[in-house]
Design a protein around this ligand. Sequence first.
Ligand SMILES: Nc1nc2c(c(=O)[nH]1)N[C@H]1C(S)=C(S)[C@@H](COP(=O)(O)O)O[C@H]1N2
Ligand SMILES: [Mo]
Length: 443
Amino acid sequence: MGANDHFGKPSLPARPGGSANGAAPARRRFLAQGGALATTALASLVPGEGAAAQNTPAPAAGAANLPPNVPEWERSLGAPTASPYGMPSKFEKDAIRRLYPGLTEPMSAYSTSPLQELDGSITPNGLFYERHHAGVPQIDPAQHRLMVHGLVERPLIFDMEEIRQFPSESHIYFLECSGNPSFLPPYGKTAAEVAGLVSCAQWTGVPLKTILQRVGLHKNAKWIVAEGADGASMTRSIPIEKCLDDAMLAYSQNGERLRPEQGYPLRLLVPGYEGNMNIKWLRRLHVTEAPGHTREETAKYTDLMADGRARQFSFVMECKSLITSPSGTHKLTRKGTHEMRGIAWSGRGKITHVDVSVDGGDTWKPAALQDPVFSKALTAFRAPFEWHGEELMIMSRAVDETGYVQPTLQQLIDARGKVSFYHNNAIQPWRIASNGEVTNGRS
Ligand SMILES: Nc1nc2c(c(=O)[nH]1)N[C@H]1C(S)=C(S)[C@@H](COP(=O)(O)O)O[C@H]1N2
Ligand SMILES: [Mo]
């Protein structure tokens, strides 16, 4: 299904606040015809723009920069070329990571990706969510080593140069913390607070299978216990089938070397598995016959059930979706057609379907998925909806290629009880009030 299937004609009106979405195509057309921007004719070419400009009282200083005037930045030279590392516009103040609400110390902490500020399906490296159990180590790659030992023919130690020389691959995968979010209140206000411990990048690295072929696995090799070089010595056991499938040793993220926050210089990626297993600052792979039963797979990252027993090794991040726009703290300022936008993902493969509802789940209709859809990657979806000042409860529900349907929170609680903490992939409702304000439909 194409992204534009729902739109007979591109009739989306200007965004509240003035910066006229609908203006772009007309302006491009105009420029293509050889026009300059300094003309009164432009506003009348753009449907709705004149009205938007009248409705939005522009500050006196800003008005001098609006059509038909030539804006001040068009009259002078800009900043010099080649700043060593480019930064976002200073006007994008809200597109920042924030510590999860309630966290007071930043070392064993998490910061959320500002989902409500992002578009599409790739997370910029500086806005990728973070989860560190002992802060971010600063590792000199020249002094970093990966040791592979245990049930292998040839135990080996690799330096970073040797690792990067192995045949490499690039893949787009999401990463999600399994505590994104917990089952119980308080429920977050924004999309970031509700589910901002998920991000997606194109990762480049060496298939783990290649390294395992190099060291030679024994017949009884069943698990690999992976250890990070941070102060937490984060350690998790990965089943050998996953290690020989799509697991990879990533050294780059969205085209540049990993950020320190994401595990520089080397991290393990186990696509679709809970974030915790994707060991950062990877220094050791111990091939074993049995899992390590480490702290992170016994005391933590298990799912306590109502009957007092716990699920262990609940690896896969099940199918989930979230409307990111409009979402909590946004406000609709205009009646008429709007577009719901969001992200969907599944640790089991591709997203095949996203349905959206405006009436709290009584009726559903399909959203358009943005092509191409990758396996175990964020998938952007969009759907038009009408708002005329009535109260709406909007929500999305994703289905993956195994046929699994994203559940409601009540269905999860019925199955697992209320003491479960991790793996909440429930449908998320947002309430649109009659004044246009959007709040968490669960609060
Ligand atoms: N060495 C090490 N690896 C780690 C962690 C850590 O604290 N130390 N945190 C884990 C957790 S709980 C998650 S959710 C992901 C977070 O990855 P990110 O910070 O790149 O988003 O890394 C995992 N790998
Ligand atoms: Mo996590």
